[in-house]
Write a protein that binds this ligand. Structure first.
Ligand SMILES: Cc1cc2nc3c(=O)[nH]c(=O)nc-3n(C[C@H](O)[C@H](O)[C@H](O)COP(=O)(O)OP(=O)(O)OC[C@H]3O[C@@H](n4cnc5c(N)ncnc54)[C@H](O)[C@@H]3O)c2cc1C
Length: 458
């Protein structure tokens, strides 16, 4: 069998993998990127296509422009189940609706120009494992046949399937099996509509447990007459598939059903939970959906994938400087991610589980009251913690709004307390890999205690 040797092999060239090869393009390392799709299928996974503008500068990536930028997003409208309550979240230039393929390809082309080798139409089947470390990956390429890629570091960026990670030995702590309820299955159509979309610079999110239990449905304009419309539904609870709900419920609405042409349609699974306990092992890294680096509340994973890629690129460069590709040598990826974005993500996982227990009546009430209004929502999304901790006045404001629902107030105080505790556990992520098992035990028991305290049934 043909064998090729690189310093780093990145499998999967979606938002996580493409960002990583782009960020490594000037590193001087020999880098290969592998994906089973051709250029036309790059970043082809179904997505809402919305991304916050802040992710690009923060992670050293170019902002989308030209054909890759379909719509600047200046605000979001959040609807209550009856749609009588609407929260307006305004943020000039807060985000973008992108053409994923065009943006993803632009990163890959730039990386190729700087010497990164890209292998399209090449499917990775197995990690190559020697003793206790990953030393390469077996690939079947449409053009080159069977190839063994050997590398000091192999990166699994294959999305929620975790094509390599799930084939590692079960006793490696990087292999995890979260419950199905930690995932949503989401489905979306990109359609040309037969009406002019009002305020196309505002994305719309609709919370309604009868339509999207444990998730929400959305209408994200991509200009005046094209929209990305879809819904995400919590898995593992016997709810119907979102494609069926789209067809049988959403399509009956004039704004959804008024389609002239379907540009694309598909569904996929999204991890809406805390990140993997470790994103590295000996000779191995996992980032993006494969490592569950997704916002647990809104299911946005592109920005988090980019952040994980940024930390991975720094850890890889450091590993080569120190000539150490072991778990210990790559550990800085965990420290960089877990103490910042990971801590926020884990706190939002606490909030997500609580929100998934709310009834339509409670959601209606909260949105109409302006609770979880702009400040709270921004603060929650920004910090992974309620702003009620921030200052007395804000706290008082929230409490006053909640006076009509004392039990909800008590629960929220409790949720807030667990969010803080979880966040602090992630901020004290172990400096030494030997302490990982003890830390995992602490995390598992804190979430278990939380589920018991809040009576979360899944
Ligand atoms: C319906 C829906 C709506 C969403 N909406 C949004 C949104 O609006 N905003 C947002 O930020 N996020 C959204 N997300 C989440 C977002 O799409 C993902 O979090 C993001 O794409 C993850 O990037 P990734 O690179 O980790 O994985 P992916 O995008 O899944 O990319 C993985 C890549 O690996 C390749 N691959 C897989 N297996 C192999 C193999 N064995 N060999 C070679 N290649 C392989 C695939 O071809 C693919 O290119 C949505 C998801 C869904 C399903």
């Amino acid at each position: 069998m043909r064998s090729l040797t690189y310093d780093v092999v990145v499998v999967g060239l979606g938002p996580a993998g493409a960002s990583l090869v782009y960020l490594l393009r000037n590193s001087g390392l020999r880098v290969a990127g592998i994906d089973w799709v051709g250029p036309e299928g790059v970043w082809g996974k179904p997505c809402g296509d919305a991304i916050g503008a802040g992710h690009f500068d923060r992670n050293g990536l170019p902002h989308p422009s030209g054909e890759a930028l379909m719509q600047v997003v200046n605000g979001a409208l959040v609807y209550s189940p009856s749609e009588e309550g609407v929260l307006r979240l305004v943020g000039e230039g807060a985000g973008y609706m992108i053409d994923r393929n065009k943006y993803g390809l632009s990163l890959l082309r730039e990386a190729q120009k700087r010497g990164v080798d890209i292998y399209f139409k090449s499917r990775a089947s197995h990690p190559i494992i020697e003793d206790i470390k990953v030393t390469g990956v077996k690939v079947h390429s449409e053009d080159l046949g069977d190839i063994e890629f050997k590398a000091k570091i192999v990166v699994d960026a294959t999305g929620s399937g975790g094509a390599l990670r799930r084939k590692l030995p079960k006793d490696w702590l990087i292999v995890e099996n979260p419950p199905e309820t930690d995932f949503v299955v989401a489905y979306r159509k990109v359609v040309e509509v037969n009406y002019e979309i009002e305020n196309p610079d505002h994305i719309r999110l609709y919370f309604n447990e009868n339509i999207a239990p444990g998730g929400y449905w959305w209408l994200f304009p991509k200009g005046k007459n094209v929209a990305n419309i879809g819904l995400g539904i919590q898995m593992g609870r016997g709810y119907p598939h979102p494609a069926k709900v789209y067809r049988e419920v959403l399509a009956k609405r004039p704004d959804v059903g008024g389609e002239v042409r379907v540009i694309s349609e598909a569904g996929a699974k999204i991890p809406t939970r805390r990140p993997s306990n470790t994103m590295v092992w000996n000779g191995f890294i996992t980032i993006g959906d494969s490592a569950y680096t997704v916002d647990p509340i809104h299911g946005g994973g592109m920005g988090y994938a980019m952040t994980a890629a940024k930390h991975a690129s720094e850890a890889i460069i450091k590993a080569f400087q120190n000539n150490d590709f072991t778990l210990r040598g790559l550990w800085t990826l965990n420290l960089g991610y877990m103490k910042t974005t990971g801590a926020k993500q884990a706190a939002l996982d606490v909030l997500r589980q609580f929100l998934q227990t709310l009834s339509n009546e409670e959601i209606e009430w909260a949105i109409k009251k302006g609770l979880a209004g702009a400040e709270e929502v921004i603060s929650v999304f920004g910090e992974g913690e309620f702003s009620m901790t921030a200052g007395f006045l804000e706290k008082l404001n929230v409490v006053v709004k909640l006076i009509g629902k004392p039990s909800l107030l008590m629960k929220l105080m409790n949720v807030n307390d667990y969010m803080k505790r979880v966040k602090s556990l992630y901020k004290s992520y172990p400096e030494d890999p030997d302490e990982l098992p003890t830390w995992i035990t602490k995390v598992d028991s804190l979430y278990k205690e939380y589920k018991g305290a809040l009576n979360i049934p899944f």
